[in-house]
Design a protein around this ligand. Structure first.
Ligand SMILES: [Zn+2]
Length: 340
């Protein structure tokens, strides 16, 4: 019996010790967490922003344009560190850093529309790739190549020019359907070159006219976030002239349905001479609706569609000549203005 009593006693004692230990550990944990040590060691705090950061931080240096940028605290901009209070004289139009990509808006699927600036002259020009993605991927590759060569100093921008380059205007089409006709449209199946507010139509005669995949012109002009962002950027920045690259006709189009703009006609002739691309272009018999170049000339922005010769080639030597001639070109004086 006594032995059984002892047997009873010992486990009770051990149990007591166990409870004491558990209470002690719980108290210890409570104290540690109250001191904030445990929270830090779980990592719940730091890892969330750390994984979020690369998604949201990189391509955002300016464009929001409304005073101090909340992201600037985490970005390595050396110039804005000394004062905490923003100087009101700095706010009007912050210029994006030369050679650094910044976002002018998002695609349907949330991809950034990344633009890069070079030069700071009074005349603003723009070069746009991949309004049709997918099988016209070489237009994005060409404009990105021009960006790389500008960064490397292989190409330069004249002192009177500010140049913006948008290598991939349709990143959803480019990423979702690389090399494919399905990448012609954005993620809403909208042809971004039929969604501008100029001669827009919900439908158009399609037979023989680039009708490779299911496409629409959008619910209405500017129904798409991509065309909304770029039209705003072109107007806000007073862009004087632009090139929109396509493939594969080896030709230059100065207009789609709008009346031929005399200055666009002049620029197209000049670029045809240096490039060998056909101008006037071959007659396709297609009805052009809702096009970027038509909307642009409606707003007195000289605009050309340039078609590379194939869906693969960058036509790099040719487009070095186009690049230099485009930036050297000056708008002819208006017929009613000072003499020519
Ligand atoms: Zn195209």
């Amino acid at each position: 019996m006594s032995s059984t009593k002892n047997d009873f006693k010992d486990p009770g004692f051990v149990f007591g010790l166990g409870v004491g230990a558990i209470v002690g550990i719980a108290l210890g944990l409570f104290v540690l967490s109250a001191l904030g040590i445990l929270d830090a060691s779980t990592g719940a705090g730091p890892t969330v922003p750390a994984t979020d950061l690369p998604l949201t931080a990189p391509p955002q240096p300016e464009r929001t344009g409304t005073g101090p940028d909340p992201m600037s605290a985490t970005s390595p901009t050396p110039t804005t560190s000394p004062t905490l209070t923003p100087d009101p004289t700095v706010t009007p139009t912050p210029m994006p850093l030369e050679g650094e990509a910044f976002s002018i808006g998002k695609s349907v699927q949330g991809r950034d529309l990344k633009v890069v600036r070079f030069g700071s002259g009074p005349i603003v020009r723009m070069i746009i790739g991949a309004i049709h993605g997918g099988y016209e991927w070489n237009t994005a590759a060409l404009v990105q190549r021009l960006v790389d060569e500008l960064r490397a100093g292989i190409l330069t921008v004249p002192p009177d020019i500010t140049l913006y380059l948008l290598p991939d205007f349709n990143p959803d089409g480019s990423r979702n359907y690389p090399g494919s006709i399905y990448g012609r449209s954005n993620a809403n199946r909208v042809d971004l070159n039929r969604n501008w507010d100029s001669h827009w139509q919900a439908d158009w005669p399609r037979s023989g006219c680039f009708n490779y995949a299911p496409l629409t012109a959008g619910e209405a002009p500017f129904s798409e976030p991509e065309t909304q962002a770029l039209s705003k950027f072109l107007l806000d920045n007073h862009v004087d002239a632009l090139i929109s690259y396509h493939s594969q006709m080896g030709a230059i189009f100065a207009t789609g349905s709008s009346p031929l703009h005399p200055a666009a006609d002049d620029l197209a002739r000049r670029l045809s001479v240096v490039s060998g691309y056909l101008y006037p272009p071959p007659e396709t018999g297609c009805l052009y609706t809702g096009q970027l170049v038509d909307w642009a000339v409606d707003h007195d922005i000289v605009a050309l569609t340039i078609e590379l010769t194939t869906h693969e080639s960058l036509d790099l030597e040719i487009n070095h000549k186009v690049f230099n001639a485009f930036l050297a070109w000056k708008r002819p004086a208006e017929p009613g203005g000072e003499g020519e």
